[in-house]
Write a protein that binds this ligand. Structure first.
Ligand SMILES: Cc1cc2nc3c(=O)[nH]c(=O)nc-3n(C[C@H](O)[C@H](O)[C@H](O)COP(=O)(O)O)c2cc1C
Length: 313
């Protein structure tokens, strides 16, 4: 199968900073582990990259209590960024990624600008090619408002990371805003090479049953993901594409071939697959193969030609 047809080039035309992916399919952060967790289910060669679980400066145990709540068409999670921390990542996870030649985006998260600056520096020192910055984190120094919800703080955060990191810089936007365009523009002017979107939407899962003369109740507040968020993600990707010149990596409910076409029409240059991996662990490979088969059958020479046909045809 001519998987090389799926080669995808993400390029910041202003700076020429470029990320080359074998395919436009990326395993989304928090659903793909750190490196080879999916190797028993799929051939990782068909992936453009994996985005690692969000890494913080120190390791984190994450939240107590219910962390996952299933809803119609998706799930709510409140994992709380459980992760091994950057030091362990560099010592234990990075060597495996290198040895197995797995392309990856290092997804990072912090509570202060200094956290992000330090993580960016460590990424530089370890020659990490691509950084995906999760800005849906509480800025503890500024009233715990998410970094990604205020254009000025997002600009400042992105510029400071840019100073410490010269590789391919992706800023991952939160959808919990009424003005995604200003946020995308702030990230671009701060020096981002690419935007990825969307992170999870705020949601509340409620379970209530009447058993033995009383109500048994559960409420789980967290991030909503899966196919139920796809229309929101399509809207956000489209808004972002119309606001910036840098490439856009789209995610939010992708689980089938037609979703890829829909996101291309909305403005996607590549895709991440998250929640769908939990239902079908082989989904990333099968999507890459299906996309390839479709292109071969319909004489699309490469991914750019397919995108052109969808956008201009
Ligand atoms: C269990 C779980 C954990 C996640 N952890 C992270 C994370 O650590 N960092 C991050 O940027 N996004 C994280 N996300 C968000 C996903 O990467 C993705 O942006 C979101 O789920 C939307 O895509 P989907 O509908 O395909 O899942 C997580 C999502 C889920 C479901």
């Amino acid at each position: 199968m001519g998987i090389e047809k799926l080669k995808t080039v993400l390029k910041n035309e202003k700076t020429n900073n470029t990320l080359i992916l074998k395919t436009p399919i990326i395993g989304a952060s928090g659903t793909y582990g750190y490196n080879i967790e999916y190797a028993d289910f799929i051939n990782l060669d068909y992936l453009g990259a994996i985005s690692t679980k969000g890494i913080t400066l120190e390791s984190r145990l994450g939240n107590d209590g219910d962390r996952i709540f299933e809803v119609q068409g998706g799930m709510i999670n409140r994992i709380g960024l459980e992760n091994v921390g950057i030091e362990n990542f560099i010592k234990e996870k990075l060597p495996v990624l290198k040895e197995k030649k797995i392309d990856f985006l290092l997804n990072i998260a912090g509570n202060t600008i200094e956290d992000y600056e330090k993580l960016a520096l460590i990424a530089s020192q370890n020659e990490i090619k691509a950084l995906e910055v999760n800005v849906s984190c509480p800025n503890v120094k500024q009233g715990c408002l998410e970094f990604g919800l205020n254009p000025e703080s997002l600009f400042s955060l992105t510029s400071k990371i840019r100073k410490n990191y010269k590789g391919f810089l992706i800023v991952k936007l939160s959808p919990n805003t009424s003005d995604i365009k200003s946020l995308a523009m702030a990230a671009e002017s701060g020096g981002a090479d690419c935007i990825s979107a969307i992170n999870t939407l705020r949601g509340l899962g409620v379970d209530i049953k009447y058993i033995g003369n009383k109500f048994i109740k559960k409420m789980v507040q967290g991030g909503l993901s899966g196919s139920c968020i796809k229309p929101v993600a399509l809207y956000m990707v489209n808004q972002i594409k119309n606001a910036v010149k840098i490439p856009v990596i789209a995610m939010g409910g992708i689980c089938k071939l037609s979703d890829l076409f829909e996101f291309i029409l909305a403005g996607a240059d590549a895709f991440q697959i998250g929640t769908a991996n939990f239902q079908t662990p082989s989904i990333c490979t099968s999507l890459a193969l299906e996309l390839c088969e479709f292109m071969e059958k319909n004489n699309f020479y490469d991914f750019e030609t397919l995108k052109g046909a969808i956008l201009n045809g």
